[in-house]
Design a protein around this ligand. Structure first.
Ligand SMILES: Cc1cc2nc3c(=O)[nH]c(=O)nc-3n(C[C@H](O)[C@H](O)[C@H](O)COP(=O)(O)O)c2cc1C
Length: 135
């Protein structure tokens, strides 16, 4: 099975989750600045909301996908919204790329909120989630 992990992280919160997922599934976590180099069965795609949307880099990455992707598994860190799912699902639908109903999301520190998150427990939960997706 071909797997890939891509993420966008301004402050490092989403990167921590990306790295936990990547280690759990045995691939390298790369930023969305690195296009997919070949077909993948499962793409773990990580992002965070900034002012009620994902960064333009994430949109650019999705729009630029030119290989076959079996499904995307969304993961995100956020301070208030549940996840970034609603921000990426339309873009994926435009590309006819299936979005898995399962996703991983947790709190990410922002200003005085959610200090220390994601923490080790969040990272463990992300790793468990990723292993379960592949089982
Ligand atoms: C400029 C800015 C805008 C943000 N807007 C939102 C938002 O609209 N909704 C939300 O839930 N969190 C918001 N956050 C919180 C981030 O999504 C959260 O801290 C996330 O973990 C950041 O991930 P990163 O460290 O990977 O960039 C915002 C953070 C920043 C810095």
């Amino acid at each position: 099975m071909n797997l890939a992990v891509r993420y966008y992280s301004r402050g490092g919160n989403t990167r921590k989750i990306a790295e936990a997922i990547a280690e759990a599934v045995g691939v390298e976590a790369k930023t969305v600045s690195e296009p997919l180099s070949g077909d993948v069965d499962v793409l773990f795609l990580g992002s965070a909301p900034y002012a009620f949307d994902v960064d333009e880099e994430v949109k650019k990455f999705i729009r630029g996908i030119d290989v076959s992707v079996g499904k995307v598994v969304n993961f995100s860190t956020s301070a208030a919204v549940k996840s970034t799912r609603k921000y990426v699902e339309k873009l994926l639908a435009e590309k006819k790329i299936p979005l898995a109903k399962e996703e991983f999301s947790c709190r990410g520190a922002f200003a005085m909120l959610h200090r220390g998150r994601p923490n080790e427990s969040d990272q463990r939960a992300a790793a468990d989630f990723a292993r379960k997706i592949l089982s």
